[in-house]
Design a protein around this ligand. Sequence first.
Ligand code: AMP
Length: 238
Amino acid sequence: MTAAVAETRVDSKGTRKVSPGPILLLGAPGVGKGTQAKELMAKWGIPQISTGDLLRYNRDHGTSLGRQAKEIMAAGKLVPDDLVNQMVAERLKQADTVAGYVLDGFPRTLNQAEWLDRHLAADPKALPVIAVSIQVGYTQLLRRITGRRSCPVCGTIYNIYLQPPKVDEKCDLDGTPLVRRSDDTEEVFRERMRTYETQTAPVVDHYRALGRFEEVNGDQPVEQVAADVMAAVARLRS
Ligand code: AMP
């Protein structure tokens, strides 16, 4: 396994950077985990590992894993732990994870969290996971999810209620018609919230009990949430 180790690196501009190790972003669907993951990636030059993205890639490419996950994802339920853990184990072998990585959407169950802790503990050089939970109220989340659109070409994310494109349903940057994720409906959102509350709450309790957990208020401008997340990471790694 490639370990995320604590070390000081110097980037191309000569700035000294401390490797942050594995960071888990937690939060209900729509709290902005993906957006914040990108902020952390830019700051530390580490990859985002989103199990949702990896599963969608497998589903869209019709792999054996993707075929097993397809129906489950469409219903807003969780893909079995073994399948997801195996997929993550493969991803963590890649060399780009050595300085750290941002986990987005994994672990989502206590089983997955315990598996990940064991997986990292097996490598004496690996840092343990630290977890930051982003908090946003229910009604705000519903608008964020059902209004979410993205550009299939450049990946820019919009929200038709909160951050609309200049021209209806078209990307500001390249004019491409925006797309909506098939699971961003109100019905699927309610199911995903139920799933989050029942399955992921124990993950929060797990990292809180280990003293490797902080919460930040996600109902603020993106930059402020990012600053709060980074401050939390710095405290947890100090
Ligand atoms: P996301 O984009 O993270 O909201 O994930 C989309 C869907 O992929 C979820 O609703 C689940 O069906 C599935 N999924 C993503 N991550 C996991 C995980 N860690 N465990 C089980 N299922 C997952």
